[in-house]
Write a protein of this length. Structure first.
Ligand code: ACM
Length: 683
């Protein structure tokens, strides 16, 4: 009966997406939520005697993956498991966990990634067509681990799971701020934990050329400040990713975003140079000269080298944000356009793309580019990555191109998780406008971690945990969209991501300690918990010019997107104005008191920590609005929703003043406090 009821509840959840969130809801702590899930009775207890076996015909990567699973399981549960390295000799079908795989998987687009998982009190069976599906199943198993007073266990369950979209990517921009090997590796582990399968490496920019070219060594020698991956390191990244079922798709951005190429090879550019590595951010003028045969000769040799280095079938050529200024200013290019009847910049860019497409095709690759490359007549085999708007995704697939979505997944904009989570590449309302064949051309999407404002120290906090919600959007059925339940699970998965080595949690207090200049950080953390870095690209518009070498260690860098304490407070305030139970009332009073009394402590820190001076008045404003919030709560506690018009007006004025952004951050508890003010004034 219980089994049946849970099945119905879960089906309802899948179809309506409106299940109530509870601490042990039907989605458990799983992210992404599996396609189908049925709870069963009982628990599989994890004992030191736990063993696993691998049967069938997996690729070697599964033995490594199974060994990593064991080590994560013993780390998480403190069990002294007896198996060391798993090999093909570990094939006892009577083992407590048996993984069965039909055939070796290939890390490529459209490979079978499905799996079936059955946990009963006695036995766990994980079966999959390929080892890639089995690796996903092992991640699910780790997320299933719970504890009670007796010990650690996995609940009895039956799961059948497969991805909704085959391309679930994360772009890492290693050109603007270089991200060394350990950053890439820990992010690959994070991706694997949430079943993502494409690492898009953005490998060339105005600010850096961070990869070794043996054919044209001046590219990295003069274009990278010494911050580059050797080809051996690139091979190691590809292997590390392949071990986790993740493809690596390289991007060499051309013809624009190319200043760093020109430091060593000014002959490629449309203006004479000389060039130096760009240190500012923005859209720059330098662009390759598409009218010279020598440009294509160079690119042919370069792409021959790079297409051999990266085994994936897809190869990204960028193609975005070419402002055309160097082309306009170059008389020879203008004459070429006239002679060849090329009417405008777009047509010239399209001609360049066609030439690059020919080269990539010759080297056996499929070309991917940003949506600017969708020019009339370009060959149907290319893939369009939509970033300027979702309309380009639909335009591309309507015309018969494969495409994927990044618009709405720009995690560098530091927006709330919910915005990304609800951004569906193919929501129900848009399905009618596309034929089933066109719908299939939507491959999925990619979160984009552009690195103007992040360093190896902060990058994880901009990627995680929010990208886990994007991973769910791309993996789980479209009907899974309960925001409250997503946030409940996100808090848990965030910790799982920390266990694989990501630094989004632990670097936060470290950065606060540095800002506090050695003082106790309690008051600083209380404050920073309720601010967020300002969103979109507004940080560049508030009087500070950021350079590649600027400090990214200030309060806006320590503060994290979608601040959890603030989000919980806003929800609490919503609850309080509709249903002020004693528990809710106590909680809201607790927080407002804390913030009201925090300023003196933070001021004391600031006196010895000049880098924090920029948020002193914001902290004072937090105290003021918290005082007002307490007045509102106290009035409502006394059943008086009739505070005077004068009180209301002065409170709103204080609130307005508190909205002013400072230190490139903003207070994000204000909507909650505003709701209290309105309620108390009977508005
Ligand atoms: C881009 O964000 N310029 C692709």
């Amino acid at each position: 009966m219980r089994k049946f009821l849970l099945l119905i509840l879960f089906s309802l959840y899948l179809f309506t997406g409106c299940a109530q969130s509870t601490t042990t809801g039907p989605t458990l702590n799983l992210m992404p939520v599996p396609g189908q899930l049925t709870m069963q009775d009982g628990k599989f207890r994890i004992a030191d005697s736990f063993k696993l076996a691998v049967t069938g015909q997996p690729h070697q990567r599964l033995f490594k993956g199974a060994t990593r699973f064991l080590r994560r399981l013993d780390d998480k549960t403190g069990s002294f498991l007896t198996q060391n390295q798993i090999t093909s000799a570990d094939n006892d079908a009577n083992a407590p966990l048996v993984i069965n795989v039909k055939r070796p998987g290939k890390v490529m687009l459209h490979e079978d990634e499905s799996y079936t998982l059955t946990v009963s009190p006695q036995k766990v069976n994980l079966t999959a067509e390929t080892d890639l599906g089995a690796l996903h199943g092992l991640e699910t198993l780790l997320q299933l681990v719970e504890a009670d007073e007796t010990g650690y266990y996995m609940p009895a369950i039956h799961i059948t799971d497969k991805p909704r979209f085959p391309w679930r990517g994360l772009l890492m921009d290693v050109g603007r701020h270089f991200m060394p090997m350990e950053v890439i590796k820990r992010n690959l582990d994070g991706m694997a934990a949430v079943k993502m399968n494409v690492l898009h490496l953005h490998l060339s920019e105005d600010q850096g050329f961070p990869i070794e070219s043996k054919v044209f060594p001046k590219l990295h020698q003069l274009g990278s400040n010494g911050n580059y991956f050797t080809q051996e390191e690139i091979k190691a990244i590809i292997k590390y990713a392949d071990d986790r079922g993740i493809r690596v798709v390289p991007e060499f951005d051309m013809p624009g975003h190319a200043t760093a190429w020109f430091v060593g090879h000014p002959e490629l550019a449309s203006a004479p140079g000389p060039y130096t590595i760009e240190r500012r951010w923005g859209i720059m003028d330098p662009v390759m000269d598409p009218t010279k045969e020598t440009t294509y000769k160079f690119l042919d040799a370069f792409l021959k080298e790079m297409t051999a280095l990266f085994p994936d079938a897809y190869f990204h050529i960028g193609g975005d944000e070419n402002n055309g200024k160097q082309w306009k200013a170059n008389a020879q290019i203008q004459a070429y356009m006239k002679t060849n009847n090329i009417k405008n910049q777009e047509e010239l860019h399209a001609m360049f793309n066609e030439r690059i497409l020919k080269i990539l095709t010759k080297y056996g690759k499929k070309m991917v580019g940003w949506d600017e490359i969708l020019q009339p007549g370009i060959t149907k085999s290319i893939v369009i990555q939509s970033w300027r708007g979702k309309k380009y995704l639909y335009e591309a697939v309507s015309k018969g191109y494969q495409a994927m979505l990044s618009n709405g997944y720009y995690i560098d904009l530091v927006q709330n998780t919910e915005q990304h989570y609800l951004n569906d590449p193919l929501p129900e309302e848009n399905q009618k406008q596309l034929t089933p064949e066109q719908q299939k051309l939507i491959l999925g999407g990619e979160a984009t971690m552009w690195s103007e404002l992040v360093t190896p120290e902060t990058v994880d906090s901009r990627v995680w945990p929010r990208t886990a919600a994007i991973a769910e959007r791309l993996w789980s059925p479209g009907s899974v969209k309960d925001v409250a339940d997503m946030y409940r699970r996100l808090d848990r998965v965030s910790l799982e991501l920390e266990y694989v080595g990501l630094t989004h949690e632990k670097n936060y207090p470290m950065m606060l300690r540095r800002l506090a200049n050695g003082q106790d950080i309690t008051a600083l953390k209380t404050f920073t918990d309720v601010i967020e870095p300002i969103k979109e690209y507004t940080r560049h518009q508030q009087g500070t010019t950021y350079y590649a070498y600027s400090p990214y260690t200030l309060i806006a860098d320590a503060a994290r997107p979608d601040a959890k304490v603030a989000r919980n407070f806003r929800n609490l305030a919503k609850e309080f104005v509709t249903n002020p139970t004693p528990k809710v009332t106590n909680e809201i009073t607790y927080w407002l008191n804390l913030w009201q009394n925090n300023h003196a402590g933070l001021q004391a820190i600031i006196r010895q920590a000049p880098a924090l001076k920029e948020i002193e008045t914001l902290s004072a404003d937090l105290a003021k609005v918290s005082q007002i919030g307490l007045e509102a709560v106290n009035a409502l506690k006394a059943n008086k929703a009739n505070l005077s018009e004068e009180w209301y007006n002065s409170s709103i004025a204080t609130m307005q003043a508190a909205k002013k952004q400072r230190g490139k951050t903003e207070l994000v508890v204000l909507p909650g406090i505003e709701a209290l003010i309105k309620k108390a004034a009977g508005k």
